[in-house]
Design a protein around this ligand. Structure first.
Ligand code: AMP
Ligand code: ZN
Length: 139
């Protein structure tokens, strides 16, 4: 169901312009208008959901094939040194638009994007404690 005050719902409805790259029954891809690198774009679900947590699994299943189509086109057209697929859920994760979207995020060596973190060894006892909490939810 489209939300009238949602910018991405309005884009899908054609009420706000976008640089549309691709669409299918469940997804819509467009250029991000605040790109970090050249070719930064978004794959969004046509159906409104806030993010991964409430999205329809069938819509999510359509997102990665669409992302692959876009990523392959970027790979050929722009020859980046890498491509991240990034998706934010909630403010601490950096989500600013509350309609599901995955970023297709072309990378350049030393582009300074703060997406990578170090691999310091974890505390196995703590990892197990957290694992048990998550497993209790998975049943
Ligand atoms: P996030 O911060 O992960 O929620 O990503 C939202 C993204 O949507 C940002 O990268 C914005 O630049 C992008 N964005 C916001 N409004 C528009 C728009 N009208 N057209 C294309 N991209 C947009
Ligand atoms: Zn929406």
């Amino acid at each position: 169901m489209a939300e009238t005050d949602c910018i991405f719902c309005n884009i899908i409805a054609g009420e706000i312009p976008s640089f549309k790259l691709y669409e299918d029954a469940r997804t819509y891809a467009m250029m991000d208008i605040n790109p970090f690198n050249d070719g930064h774009c978004l794959v969004i679900t046509k159906a409104h959901s806030i993010n991964l947590l409430d999205a329809d699994p069938a819509d999510l299943a359509a997102v990665l094939p669409a992302a692959q189509i876009i990523a392959r086109a970027i790979e050929t057209a722009l020859e980046p040194e890498g491509i991240n697929i990034i998706q934010a859920n909630g403010p601490a994760a950096g989500q600013t638009v509350y309609h599901y979207h995955s970023h297709i995020f072309p990378r350049r060596l030393n582009d300074g994007a703060l997406l990578n973190w170090g691999h310091a060894p974890g505390d196995m006892g703590k990892i197990e404690e957290i694992y048990n909490k998550i497993m209790a939810e998975l049943g």
